[in-house]
Write a protein that binds this ligand. Structure first.
Ligand code: GDP
Length: 483
């Protein structure tokens, strides 16, 4: 395949060997050069500035990555006795962002992309703590001739699992008790408090500039709040003239499925999707009612009305035709519907309906579901591979219906460059009217942005007002997203 695929692929790092062929880095990752065969060309183009920034980043990562001279020098700062205020970073010195994963795959991908953007903005090198080996198993190395995996012998590796809000290195804690340490830990998960949230303020970014090692645990797509930090505003505007393309580009740049996952994707695509005239994705994610009540203030009983809600959404928006009780086989288009869900019960209802009846316009509808895993088993390799394959397959569809509040669906929409229809979950067995809302943009939602802004800091309030390109999310009014 001609290296030109790189452009279509948004793989900005077309490393070539001396003979002009791709380097082993490209060859080792099948999805890196085959994905262009499966994806429609994106109507969006990355800005030249974004492309050059990514190239610069690749050079930085290669210079500062694991076991380079700079890395070996900088890890000494993590030895006991070193304090952040004692060693201001000098110009040529490398600074790092170590990322600790949290939660399911969708959350991990969104927060990893957010961490990468933060690293780009602050000239840090992103290193991924991959304790369970899932990142290495699921994704190709994104940066040429180096690794993004945190070395096994990283000095404080055995502490990373235990860092929490009580740790003396926790940024929020340091502010409360004016402590000092050899690194700073950022606690950006759902339990974060008002002090932890000051990370999103200008003044705090100034302090962090001089810290060599920043360690971050996050589960969120926190990019929208980076846009609300004044000192990043200009740079972000130049990087992303089209605001809604942030995850679309960063996700496509970072997340090339590993060869085993790519096999799952391509095999499924060839068998069930490729031959139809139109590909439709339906992502069904049912959360525990107690979680929904606590996190999104949504109450629900049983969910028997889910299939009818999905169908109502599909009919209203011309995604699927209604059935014709008296009709015979038509000669319309063929449509493949891929349903993803942890259970098969919703899918079976939709499948049977289109098998037992013809449709009003003669379209023939095939309904498939790759897996029904029963429950979330993050950390189990086979399970996670299927989860990534399904997210990716959803991103290859022409039209997408997703469930509210689910990062699994957000990743698919962003990678695919799709504006999906987001379901309204039924209450009391009644199909909501309308049954769904089309997303304003393909960007994921930051479900729990800081709401206090930076008011705790006198005189600064960068997050008080939403910018013209930041709106409330479609599926949760407390969330914000770029449009
Ligand atoms: P969220 O909880 O919906 O925001 O998404 P996450 O991806 O963060 O966590 C849910 C996890 O449950 C996924 O990563 C998968 O491990 C599993 N899961 C949820 N829905 C599906 C599905 O439709 N297919 C598969 N294979 N796994 C799923």
């Amino acid at each position: 395949i001609h290296p030109d695929f790189d452009e279509r692929n948004l793989d900005f790092s077309s490393e070539k060997g001396q003979d002009g062929s791709q380097s082993s880095y490209v060859k080792a990752c099948l999805s890196r050069y085959e994905s262009a065969l499966y994806r429609k060309e994106s109507p969006h183009k990355p800005s030249p500035y974004l492309i050059s920034k990514l190239h610069q980043y690749e050079t930085l990562h290669k210079r500062c990555g694991p076991y380079t001279e700079s890395y070996n020098r900088t890890i000494r700062k993590l030895e006991p006795g070193h304090m952040t205020h004692e060693h201001e970073t000098s110009d040529n010195e490398c600074k790092y962002l170590v990322r600790i994963p949290f939660d399911g795959l969708g959350n991990r991908m969104l927060s990893l992309a957010s961490a990468f953007l933060y690293a780009l903005l602050t000239d840090r090198v992103l290193l991924v703590y991959d304790n369970e080996g899932d990142t290495a198993d699921l994704f190709c190395e994104p940066f040429p001739e180096t690794t993004w995996l945190l070395p096994q012998d990283f000095p404080i590796r055995n502490r990373l699992d235990y860092l929490n809000q009580e740790s003396p290195e926790c940024y929020g804690n340091m502010l409360k008790h004016s402590g000092n340490s050899s690194f700073v830990y950022l606690h950006l998960i759902y339990t974060f408090n008002d002090y932890d949230k000051l990370f999103f303020c200008d003044q705090d970014q100034i302090f962090l500039q001089n810290v060599s090692w920043v360690i971050m645990k996050s589960q969120f797509y926190f990019v929208p709040s980076l846009f609300l930090i004044k000192s990043f505003e200009q740079e972000l505007a130049t990087l992303f003239p089209e605001k809604e393309t942030v995850f679309h580009f960063l996700g496509r740049y970072l997340f090339f499925p590993s060869n085993p996952v790519w096999e799952l994707i391509t095999r499924y695509h060839r068998t069930y999707l490729e031959k139809s005239d139109e590909k439709i994705g339906i992502q069904i994610r049912i959360f525990d009612p107690r979680f929904l009540a606590a996190a999104f203030n949504f109450t629900t009983s049983t969910l028997e009305a889910v299939p009818d809600t999905i169908l109502a959404c599909a009919y209203d928006n011309n995604v699927l035709p209604r059935i014709n009780p008296n009709g015979s086989l038509g000669s319309g288009k063929s449509k493949s519907v891929m349903v993803t869900s942890l259970t098969s019960k919703y899918y079976e209802i939709i499948r049977d309906m289109y098998w037992e009846h013809s449709t009003v316009n003669g379209d023939v509808i095939g309904v498939f579901q790759p897996s029904s895993e029963g429950g979330q088993k993050t950390g189990n390799k086979k399970h996670d591979r299927k989860a990534l394959a399904e997210i990716y397959l959803l991103s290859l569809t022409d039209k997408l219906i997703i469930s509210p509040w689910s990062t699994f669906g957000y990743v698919a929409q962003g990678l695919g460059g799709l504006r999906p229809w987001i379901l309204h979950m039924p209450k009391n067995e009644i199909v909501p009217n309308p049954p769904c809302t089309q997303a304003m943009s393909m960007e994921p939602c930051f479900q729990k942005p800081p709401s206090n802004g930076c008011k705790m800091r006198t005189g600064v309030d960068s997050t008080g007002a939403l910018g013209s390109y930041i709106r409330q999310c479609e599926d949760t009014s407390q969330g914000i997203k770029l449009v």
